[in-house]
Design a protein around this ligand. Sequence first.
Ligand SMILES: Cc1cc2nc3c(=O)[nH]c(=O)nc-3n(C[C@H](O)[C@H](O)[C@H](O)COP(=O)(O)OP(=O)(O)OC[C@H]3O[C@@H](n4cnc5c(N)ncnc54)[C@H](O)[C@@H]3O)c2cc1C
Length: 402
Amino acid sequence: MNKQVLIAGGGIGGLAAGIGAARAGCDVRLFEQTAQLSEVGAGIQLGPNVVRRLQAWGLQKPLQQVVALPASLRVRSAVTGVQLAQMTLGSDAVQRYGAAYATIHRADLQQLLLEALQTYSGVHLNLGQPLESFAEADGVVTVRTRAGKLVEGDALIAADGVRSVLRQQLLGDGPPRVTGHLAYRALVHQPQLPKRLRATDVTAWLGPRLHAIQYPVRRGELQNLVIIVQGPAPQDLAHWDHAGNLADLVQAMQGCCAHLLDLVQHVPAAGGEWRLWPVGDRPPVQSASHMAQGLVALLGDAAHPMRPYLAQGAGMAIEDAAELQRALAMHDLDVHLRLRRYALNRWQRNARVQARSLRNGRIFHATGPVRWGRDLSLRLLGSRLMDLPWLYRGDGSVASSL
Ligand SMILES: Cc1cc2nc3c(=O)[nH]c(=O)nc-3n(C[C@H](O)[C@H](O)[C@H](O)COP(=O)(O)OP(=O)(O)OC[C@H]3O[C@@H](n4cnc5c(N)ncnc54)[C@H](O)[C@@H]3O)c2cc1C
């Protein structure tokens, strides 16, 4: 009989975990707290390390239909507007890493993963059913839903996000860190923007205590904008997603160049709306046993919530899921050993990406002499500083499936 894998969370991590488990020959019961699977209107960058994994799952065609393929990654000063460095992506990324650097609307990625998951037999989606707790005994893990239903499985994958209740039960390490960074996000219709404000590349604008990222999604029809600022958080940050106030944002961007301010102010006219997210994270786990214990494993943000400054949080969730597939497919091993194998192969890479994301935030937001040194290094070294072979080449775990 197939092993039954229970999954908490229907975000990008949970859906990817479901695909990984189904491809390993397991039955999947996924529990999502919301009644409908829906992602916020925002974008996601997918490095070649992530695109390669999605391709290995046979998702090249549906990806091609919705992604944008930026030709370059540019770094500009948010203060002067001047370009500091550039790295070509497009066919160069394919040449270097065997896959494209793509950008995608979150809802498109979620839909594509959901459709892929539903093509496997033995997959059951349980929407509107939050999981509250789990118990493990005699080689069986039992979850309890908020409605009091008990469901048994052979393994539980907790992909219930940055505020994971299942992680709390497993590790008891308290709430995520409040970083003091706020992410303003908007999606706009490119044709409704003046030509000079449209995006075909990924551009990172670096300024003192803030940065902005813009890139196209959905075949270039939409532009995704993220502005991360530091400063006093608004009230009530316990919730995930807020309406963002344009006047507050413009105030936080004092000193930025006219181009960037112009872009930000065009958002309402181009059909967009500013949303505000507090950025939360956690320090990396200290060992594989913090990522999997017995029949329970953490995946995605539940395992390694990170600052988004390397654009790899969802990417690491998808890498986790690919590794989960490999581990679950080791049919001769007991399930707890398969999960242990999964955690051993993932925790250090996730920790490295978390650490690098944190460091990027410091560099992006630098002030004074550090900012001056950063800009000089970017001008002198350009793409040699921006390219990250250790990240984009991946950990080698899917080399055989390319
Ligand atoms: C501003 C910003 C920009 C980003 N940009 C990028 C980028 O360019 N590239 C990239 O790779 N990553 C990026 N990320 C990170 C990325 O968004 C996350 O890492 C990713 O969405 C995590 O997916 P997840 O499925 O692990 O968690 P989530 O997306 O949080 O999903 C968790 C799911 O679990 C459900 N859930 C919660 N509790 C329960 C429960 N008890 N029972 C059942 N269901 C439950 C939730 O409803 C949700 O659907 C960015 C993040 C931010 C904030």
